[in-house]
Design a protein around this ligand. Sequence first.
Ligand code: NI
Length: 189
Amino acid sequence: MRKQWLRSIERLLKSRAMSLRQILIHPDPRLKKTCPPVAEVDDAIRKLADDMLETMYDAPGVGLAAPQIGVMKRIFVMDCDKEEPGLAPVVAINPEILWASDELGVYEEGCLSIPDIYEDVTRPKQIRLRYLDLDGKTQERELDDLWSTCAQHELDHLNGRLFIDYLSGIKRTMITNKMKKLKKELGRT
Ligand code: NI
């Protein structure tokens, strides 16, 4: 009886155990696609969110979207608490921007799929974000400054858009060539 119980606990722990996922590097066709919505928030989605958080913290980064690990679903995680405490971490499933401020903010953005490149991007300073949480409940949150920038950057990933798409064509080509070289050096195809 106890053995059986131990085995079931073991199985449970194993199924909840987090694992690091490989982060795709630009250019990759999966980073240019629009992801379909999550149909149901189930254990597989919760496990995916755990993996994404662990992968993001390990990188380390402040945000990660599912397509960056090759999972084509509308889900992202973020944690900007170090810079701006209060909210973290956020797991946003099927996120949508309900409102964006006219006021703009500029942040030097980076991306785990475009390592060691940082460029200024202008975006709305505040947004209202609606999403499903890990219980499948609808949440709405006002986000400011870095949190707002991060959420917009991650939501862009779900629509196949990268922060370098906001830069000039010349800059984008230069960065893309640098990343192609990096991928070659890393033996990534
Ligand atoms: Ni990114």
